[in-house]
Ligand binder design. Structure first.
Ligand code: HPA
Length: 284
């Protein structure tokens, strides 16, 4: 029963988008995290149309400040893209299947790659606020999984391999383009926490011991959902703060949204150079 309803929700939402923008076939999906909406105003982005989440069947409104709620279609550089401007976090109280619905809808529009952006706190002592990190792997500490429940045969396997959840080839593209643009970056492990509280210093020490380099409250569920559907995933984190206990400043949402805007120009440059190169990259 559950698999049927998830599948039909995806179909309803995708059909509305396809009907409104017939003939437009996005190749890359982009999820815009906190402070990243500015990517839509990039001179690199030529919009074709916008659909507010409120008009898309089964989508919720977005309740988080710093996140709008719409799908934007257009071309980024030369690449046809579908952008999610705003995401649903598990901590907002929605069921997991609703949180990953927009991701699954992007995938069902036919994208081959999903580019996830987010804001994170740094755990690795070498990282600084303002740095960028490409995600190499994640720790799912959200306490849930989008594949929990009845098997969803229409979507993908029940036990997906996760040994390369973040595409190695896409990461190589991001890295080579960042290097050419003279933008420094890290490569590391993202720990996904439920939130909405930021971590305690003890939790940050635990995450470091577990091998995390950064921490956030999103991304992991979106990656699992896209990977399950056979879509490649790449992730760019904007490091907006040092995680709790690693500086004498409290972690503040206002600082995080402000700081993520500072890395926008660099992310924009990396994306506009990298997206056209993704199409020739590996399989999932
Ligand atoms: N913790 C969790 N999520 C975050 C942080 C943090 O320090 N910074 C940005 N998102």
């Amino acid at each position: 029963m559950k698999s049927q309803s998830v599948y039909s929700k995806i179909k309803d939402a995708a059909e509305l988008i396809q009907t409104r923008f017939q003939g437009f076939k996005p190749e890359v999906g982009v999820i815009l995290g906190s402070g990243f909406s500015g990517l839509m105003d990039s001179p690199e982005f030529t919009p074709i149309g916008t659909i507010p989440y409120s008009e898309i069947p089964h989508f919720h409104g977005v309740s988080v400040e710093g996140h709008a709620g719409s799908i934007k279609l257009g071309t980024f550089g030369t690449t046809p893209v579908a952008m999610l401007n705003g995401r649903f976090h598990l901590y907002e109280g929605y069921p997991m299947e609703d949180c990953v619905l927009p991701t699954r809808v992007l995938c069902s529009l036919g994208i081959h790659t999903l580019m996830i952006t987010n804001a994170v706190g740094a755990i690795n002592p070498k990282y600084r606020s303002g740095d960028l990190m490409f995600i190499e792997d994640h720790l799912n500490l959200m306490g849930d999984n989008p594949l929990r429940g009845a098997q969803m045969k229409e979507l993908g396997p029940q036990y997906p391999d996760m040994s390369q959840a973040y595409s190695f080839d896409c990461r190589r593209v991001l890295e080579s383009q960042a290097t050419q643009l003279d933008i420094s970056f890290h490569e590391g492990v993202y720990a996904g926490m439920l939130g909405p509280t930021y971590e305690t210093p003890a939790e940050v020490r635990m995450l470091r011991a577990m091998g995390a380099d950064v921490v956030g409250m999103s991304t992991v569920h979106e990656t699992i959902a896209a990977h399950h559907l056979g879509v490649r995933v790449a992730g760019i984190c904007s490091i907006t703060n040092l995680a709790a206990g690693l500086s004498n400043k409290p972690v503040s949402r206002t600082d995080i949204v402000e700081n993520s805007k500072n890395s926008l120009k660099n992310v924009e440059a990396i994306l506009s150079h990298s997206l056209p190169l993704f199409s020739g990259a590996d399989t999932v």
